[in-house]
Design a protein around this ligand. Structure first.
Ligand code: ATR
Length: 285
């Protein structure tokens, strides 16, 4: 019998992840019937064990989501050069000897989707990024690579935002990013990007006040489950443009798929399948 090629995604929580559905759909489309992609619920304190187990089991690659992206960096044998800029890993390739290479496909996924829906130059555009975790790092590196030079990063834990800004300054010295403490009334901006898990849990009903955003602002939430997050619901209520994280999910997944299998993910078919699965035709992706 032909060898089964195993992949997966680790996170806490993980039940919401559409990555398994997405990759399985792509395998089916491309008739890669000996490929499987599974969700693994891994808590932060068991990350090292889980990663070792992946190699021992012969798993060939995995994705990582909240809260593992930064903690994976020191566990890798090799890092793609872009990971060294971002400091977070969302895609791991494991070779047959168990050697692991860390990649980050979030920046590519985010920018590819943003460029599908937002054509303006990012230079001299007021951009506000919520959060300073692993996902924020990918988003910020992508924005900076695209020439953004007026970014504010707001995080609940201010020193985490400050540390991230310091790190980015080394790689993008001419494009200042300003750290800011969390405020419930967000400052004026044209592009608001939420990278926090705000709205994913049951514990956090409070959405920041969006009244100071400019009238044609785009509010982008990298969360895609639920498809209309509390933040997007409030933004829609104010008549702002909204986008959820489905498009970013697809494009970051497509890049990971290519890294692992050398094949091109059928993005249009995957997008259609994901939208059907989520029951939302009108929003996201
Ligand atoms: P990921 O790797 O996916 O980015 P992470 O590194 O755990 O996950 O980062 C989660 C981000 O969501 C952080 O910016 C976190 O803020 P803190 O640094 O203060 O912990 C943010 N976050 C999580 N829950 C939040 C909430 N209820 N309100 C605001 N921010 C929240």
């Amino acid at each position: 019998m032909e060898k089964t090629h195993l992949y997966g995604v680790i996170g806490d929580p993980i039940h919401h992840s559409l990555s398994p559905f997405m990759h399985q759909l792509a395998y089916a489309e491309l008739e890669m019937s000996n490929h499987r992609y599974l969700p693994f619920h891994v808590r932060a304190e068991r990350l090292v064990e889980a990663v070792r187990g992946m190699a021992a089991l012969g798993i060939q690659g995995f994705n990582a989501t909240i809260p593992h992206k930064e903690n994976l960096v020191p566990l890798m044998d090799e890092l793609d050069s872009f990971v060294q800029v971002i400091g977070a890993v969302n895609t791991v390739k494991i070779d047959p000897t168990g050697r692991m290479t860390g990649y980050n496909t979030d920046a590519y996924g985010f920018i590819t989707n943003l460029r599908e829906i937002f054509s303006e130059s990012l230079r001299d555009l007021d951009i506000l990024v919520l959060g300073a975790g692993g996902a924020a790092r990918g988003v910020l590196a992508g924005l900076l690579q695209e020439g953004a030079n007026r970014i504010v990063v707001m995080n609940r834990t201010l020193n985490r935002a400050e540390a991230l800004v310091e790190r980015l300054r080394v790689h993008f010295p001419d494009q200042p990013v300003t750290p800011q403490a969390w405020t419930n009334r967000l400052p004026a901006c044209r592009l608001l990007i939420n990278t926090t898990s705000l709205g994913m849990g049951d514990d956090d009903g409070s959405v920041p006040d969006l009244r100071d955003l400019v009238a044609d602002a785009l509010v982008y939430d990298i969360v895609y489950a639920p498809p209309v997050t509390p933040l997007l619901a409030v933004a829609r209520g104010r008549g702002l443009r909204v986008e959820n994280g489905l498009g970013m999910l697809i494009h970051q997944g497509a890049r990971a798929f290519e890294i692992w299998t050398g094949r091109v993910m059928p993005v249009a078919k995957v997008r259609k399948g994901l939208k059907e699965r989520m029951g939302v035709a009108e929003l996201g992706g």
